[in-house]
Design a protein around this ligand. Sequence first.
Ligand code: FAD
Length: 514
Amino acid sequence: MNTEPQVIVIGAGPVGQSAALLLARWGIQVLVLDRRPGRDAGGSRSICQQRDVLDVWAAVGAGKVAEEGLTWTTARTYYRDRELFSWSFEREGPMPPFVNISQARTEQILDEAIAGQPLIEVRWNHEATRLTQDASGVTVHCGQRLLRAPYVLVCAGARAQQVRQSLGVTFDGETFDDQFLICDIKADLPGWESERRFYFDPIWNPGRQVLIHPCPGGTFRIDWQIAPDFIPTKTDISRKIRQIIGERPYELIWHSTYRFHSRIASRMRVGRVLLAGDCAHLVAPFGARGLNSGVPDAENAAWKLAFVLNGWAGDGLLESYHAERHAAARENLEVTAATMRFIAPRSVEERMHRRAVLEGGLVAEIDSGRFAEPYWYVDSPLTTPEPTRPFTGRPPKGALCPPAPGVILPDASIPGGRLREFCRDGFLVLLGDMCDSSLFVQVLGKVTTAPLAVRGLAEMDGTGSLTERLGAGPEEAWVIRPDSHIAAIIPHAGPESVAAALSRAMGGSPDMTP
Ligand SMILES: Cc1cc2nc3c(=O)[nH]c(=O)nc-3n(C[C@H](O)[C@H](O)[C@H](O)COP(=O)(O)OP(=O)(O)OC[C@H]3O[C@@H](n4cnc5c(N)ncnc54)[C@H](O)[C@@H]3O)c2cc1C
């Protein structure tokens, strides 16, 4: 890269990789810096990836994550040796609800996509120590080396303390006492290949939990909650595995112990710098809300940075990054903190509650993790509320939210492809049958220079199922953002009301009044 990059991404972990690919997809020149000497494939960490994240990766040339990942559909929860309940994910669109794949493999696939993207340069051995900024850009201090770009996206993970400090950002929260021992084993366990199993108090781990996830290639992730001071030896690990799988042969591929954290950055935007992924929020992994929320951070940041850099929106759009993704992080903290209170109770009352609930089989109160889902930008400054289409609140586990302003658009087949794929290149206005498309095209074409497609719903609805799925009326207009979130549903739409909703969804650029 001979010219100054438009965005510097700090950190080549999966969030930084995703961000770089998404920015490049918008035609933005990106420089990625990482303090490590190169990619190390050690450790599997994240394994459960959610459908909307898989969709993002497919859009940036990393569709192999979904293809190679192992699809599982049923989550079973046990108390001792008794199954308490199970539930399955609602299916929608071509992407599986969840796949399991090791983070190491995901990073490899993302690296392959980066290698084929001329707009991205990756420099290893570059540790960012400090950021300074002025009216025209940000300087990244890597020791004596100084690098500069108009905007910086920090994806430097949990340990980015120095960088956060240089921005005046705090990272408040807590660290849980209990440890977790995590092993990836290869074994033949018939019947376990498509189910997640969660055991409360099994005889092989009394008073604590065990979680088992199937992964590709006949591997399984086993996760034991262990005492705070326990340092497992090889013999302990082998004994623990044998207690679960008996005398079957197995190969231990990887193991590690972790302590989990619950932390959030005080700000996710500081001027020209945005923070994403683990460097902005850390949650316990029950519910797989770590990387599955880091990638939506990257997606949210990428389209907004692209809009600002291309002059399609004003700087104010970037503040909505903080508003939207900080709210998503707070939701994730709330959900995972409740799970941790149930899984690892700290007070006598919490312990008694857990015991009473499990012994009584009070299914509705058992919390073995709520799986990652796209956040609902219902209260976002970019969303135009519509009282006749209220947000109905957190949906039941595994279910999808009914479409409403702020909620992500359901995916659907359209002539020549998928609705979600079509959305990614700009804003989309979907019009009911009674709306005169040509009039809307004429007016809206004058109010923004941003990429915008105006389409009749009937035209997009190959099978008739889209209108039905949306419950869209003939006089309605739906304004959809590039990340597929619904910005507005306007019941009796006219070009002016749609223009106002579009303006709001782009951060209220002053040049967009019709
Ligand atoms: C046991 C375990 C299981 C998990 N399971 C799941 C799961 O199933 N699903 C899920 O969604 N999430 C899961 N997670 C969370 C997931 O692993 C993280 O959310 C994810 O790795 C975050 O990615 P990141 O890119 O933000 O940070 P990281 O992966 O930490 O990457 C940060 C990068 O920045 C670099 N860096 C750091 N500081 C600097 C600096 N100053 N300058 C330059 N470079 C720097 C680092 O070298 C690194 O490459 C799990 C985590 C654990 C520990």
